[in-house]
Design a protein around this ligand. Structure first.
Ligand code: SAH
Length: 346
């Protein structure tokens, strides 16, 4: 029986150096292989041309490289690209490339499925199968960077953790992936161009604040009234707004970073003046930005985008209270690539 080989990218650089020393080679070999694995995204040991054949064979005998495969790529009429990404164990996640005039943003997944139960989100209908490993998150970014260079003649500029899954429920792996994305030994991107979006896990927001992370934080709020939020995001019963708010105050006191809120206005749910006032009260304590996102229907008609008047009402109330507002149009709707639509349908 073949013993299970280890994912070589689960090793730190130091562990890889150590491995070579233990196998009678120089620690420096570890640096070379590490560079192949991350910066050069090698898919096979054979690609490591400055490493001897014997060494490559020795690596082959001990490890695997669990690189992702883009199984299917769909292009929207607005230029958005959706990748169906097959993982080494056959599970599939999705990631999205969103082009604008000046930027290319990668929207990446952090889990297969999701353990949260937001009632308006297609991903919530899948079971959470497992967390993604750091290299599986990293590879999604590399794939989109390559597509951006190929189709838009420019490198990837921004990353948002707004694909499948709740990044703060897979915090350690997300953090490791970001370390490699930002490291000169990986992609060397600025952490300021990375946004982690969360439904709001207070304990983890505090941990991020303590660790003084340099990336940006977005919170999917959707309602600042507990009763309403719990009805659409049931885990709010466990992490109520009071705790979320306290964690965000802590985050701001430590990082002095503006907080972004994502917010959909739905007919009959949060399209009232009272709901908008509650939002202002919730986010006024720190410099904030609210992204009013368009709702992307996920088939059963239970939720409906509020009419334009309600969105304008939100916009003017927020602005008159000094809160930055943007109204986001959906991208990639025709290929089910928009917010909340990722569910491995194709
Ligand atoms: N779990 C994280 C990451 C997912 S991000 C989070 O909740 O932030 C995806 C964003 O799309 C979140 O703001 C989510 O609330 C929003 N969303 C989910 N379903 C949606 C839908 N059908 N239409 C528009 N936005 C949706």
């Amino acid at each position: 029986m073949e013993t299970k080989k280890k994912d070589i990218r689960a090793l730190t650089k130091e562990q890889l150096r150590q491995f070579f020393v233990e196998h009678g080679d120089k620690a420096f070999r570890g640096n070379q292989v590490y560079e192949w694995l991350w910066q050069k995204s090698a898919h096979t040991f054979d690609a490591m041309t400055n490493v001897s054949k014997e060494t490559r064979q020795m690596l082959e005998d001990n490890f695997v490289i669990n690189h992702i495969r883009v199984d299917q790529m769909q292009r929207s009429s607005d230029g958005t690209i959706k990748n169906a990404v097959r993982l080494h164990d056959g599970l599939v996640v999705e990631s999205v490339l969103i082009p604008t005039e000046t930027r290319t943003t990668a929207c990446v997944s952090s889990q297969v499925g999701c353990s949260l139960d937001c009632r308006f989100c297609a991903t919530a209908r899948m079971k959470r199968m497992r967390n993604l490993n750091p290299d599986e998150i990293y590879d999604q970014v590399v794939a989109i960077d390559n597509e951006s260079r190929l189709y838009f003649d420019r490198p990837l500029s921004n990353i948002v953790f707004m694909g499948m899954g709740e990044p703060l429920m897979n915090y350690n792996n997300v953090l490791k992936a970001i370390e490699m994305i930002t490291s000169p030994e990986g992609l060397g991107m600025s952490p300021r161009r990375i946004t982690v979006s969360t439904s709001g896990v207070p304990k983890m927001i505090k941990k991020m604040a303590d660790e003084e992370v340099k990336f940006r934080l977005a919170v999917s709020l959707h309602s600042a009234i507990d009763e309403v939020r719990t009805s659409i995001m049931p885990f709010n019963a466990t992490f109520p707004l009071k705790d979320l708010r306290e964690a965000l105050e802590y985050w701001y006191s430590k990082t002095k970073n503006r907080i972004t809120y994502e917010y959909v206005v739905w007919k009959g749910i949060n399209d009232t003046r009272e709901a908008a006032d509650a939002l202002v009260r919730f986010c006024k304590f720190a410099p904030s930005k609210v992204n009013l996102i368009e709702y992307n229907p996920i088939d059963d008609g239970e939720f409906q985008q509020a009419n334009a008047d309600a969105v304008e009402m939100y916009q003017s109330i927020l602005e008159s209270n000094g809160i930055t507002v943007t109204v986001r149009r959906s991208r990639g709707k025709d290929i089910d690539a928009a917010c909340g639509q990722l569910a491995n349908k194709s």
